[in-house]
Design a protein around this ligand. Structure first.
Ligand SMILES: Nc1nc2c(ncn2[C@@H]2O[C@H](COP(=O)(O)OP(=O)(O)OP(=O)(O)O)[C@@H](O)[C@H]2O)c(=O)[nH]1
Ligand SMILES: [Mg+2]
Length: 380
């Protein structure tokens, strides 16, 4: 029997998270780019489109296009390859090359072989431009928690056999300051700079914006506690059956969900009807006084389980175009729609709003610098 999946009741007004340190970094980016020879843009392989921040694209186009400095290159790296579906890699490579000219690489930062491939690509670029840049200056950029600091530590370990230089965390937003000048290779000489993850200031209107936020939240790409855990768990429960083919053998939580929902799928799943969470809470023995299932703590457990790959490999963003066979079409549509840049409706009111927003951001930049000092030479 085909499963009819009703739409998820997304919450209105998706929260975004554009912290002071992000505004500071974007503000300083032109200056930083002037001394950078290689930009390593990190994205999350589970969310090939959602994890792209158009701010970097804009900055590169604006500040590198007329820089009169040859030998500047960008390398796009999708991290967390171990958690994503491998069959998406080749179609994504082809589509991105075709529609954006970007050459993609995929990496599991814990795999030395993957890290050696990235280091080889970086070395090749540095060598190619040695006559222009005596040494390579690499800047990593990307959305929060995609694995920028981990990737730099791994490159350094592979290149100069040294330990961790950058702090890492399972939650988004650890790196808050620009940290420059860490050597990752002797010959050719290559130095790297770590940067704070930068979110998009506005996730977008309606379901599309809400879903973007939820996807980032379930993959820990957005500040913890912006979303209620039970709401996120409900979203997870909603998307997992669409993506994963699992045997229906209990005690797999998805199997529980599947059998629970098959009988109740005719009405929309709502956060108030947490069948699956209650079943799972019982199975996990997470009970409150009187034997009542503790769905709140079970929701946290479920999200953690998913983030660690419990549901298996998972790649999103192409559901609307039929999954992996629709990658070409999905990337094409996304590029034509402006690569995730949220609509510029034009008009004087909009211009006015933009101006006010820019002024507010500038104030936040100044305040953050007053409180935390300037970026140069600081570490976090
Ligand atoms: N499974 C998996 N986890 C990874 C990979 N790379 C990084 N991580 C994990 O992702 C989490 C975030 O890593 P960080 O290096 O702190 O991420 P970041 O991009 O520097 O984050 P911010 O500084 O907050 O922007 C950590 O728990 C890492 O262990 C990977 O390839 N696979
Ligand atoms: Mg970091």
């Amino acid at each position: 029997m085909p499963i009819h999946v009703p739409p998820f009741p997304f919450p209105p007004n998706p929260p975004s998270w554009y912290a002071g340190h992000m505004a500071v970094f974007i503000n300083d980016l032109p200056k930083i780019l002037s001394t950078t020879s290689i930009v390593l843009e990190a994205r999350d392989a589970r969310l090939p489109l959602t994890s792209v921040n158009p701010a970097f694209e804009t900055a590169l186009q604006r500040y590198w296009a007329n820089a009169h400095l040859e030998g500047k290159e960008r390398i796009v790296v999708y991290t967390k390859r171990d958690l994503a579906e491998r069959r998406y890699e080749e179609p994504l490579k082809r589509a991105f090359e075709k529609y954006t000219g970007q050459k993609l690489m995929f990496v599991d930062t814990s795999k030395p072989g993957d890290i050696r491939r990235i280091l080889a690509a970086v070395t090749e670029v540095a060598k190619e431009h040695e006559d222009v840049h005596r040494r390579g200056e690499l800047l990593v950029v990307g959305m929060p928690n995609v694995g920028k600091s981990t990737l730099l530590n791994a490159l350094r370990n592979s290149g100069v056999h040294k330990g961790k230089a950058f702090r890492t965390s399972t939650t988004a937003g650890l790196t808050r300051k620009f940290t420059s000048h860490v050597k990752i290779l002797e010959k050719p000489e290559i130095y790297v700079s770590d940067t704070p993850g930068v979110m998009v200031p506005y996730l977008g209107r309606g379901t599309a914006g809400s879903e973007k936020g939820m996807k980032l939240a379930v993959t820990s790409g957005i500040k913890e506690n912006l979303y209620d855990a039970e709401l996120l768990a409900a979203y997870l429960i909603h998307i997992l059956p669409l993506k994963t083919k699992m045997p229906f053998d209990l005690p797999h939580p998805y199997a529980d969900f599947f059998s629970a929902t098959e009988t109740s799928f005719s009405s929309p799943i709502s956060v108030e009807r947490p069948h699956f969470l209650a079943t799972l809470a019982e199975r996990l023995g997470r009970l409150k006084k009187g034997g009542i299932p503790d769905t709140a703590s079970t929701a946290v457990w479920l999200i953690d389980w998913f983030r660690k790959g419990g549901a298996g490999r998972w790649t999103s963003d192409f559901e609307d175009v039929g999954g992996v066979k629709g990658v070409d079409e999905g990337v094409k549509m996304w590029v034509e729609a402006g690569m995730g840049v949220i609509g510029d409706e034009g008009g004087s009111q909009n211009q006015e709003k933009k101006k006010r927003m820019a002024e507010r951001l500038q104030k936040r930049v100044e305040r953050w610098k007053r409180l935390h000092g300037d970026r140069a030479g600081t570490t976090s």
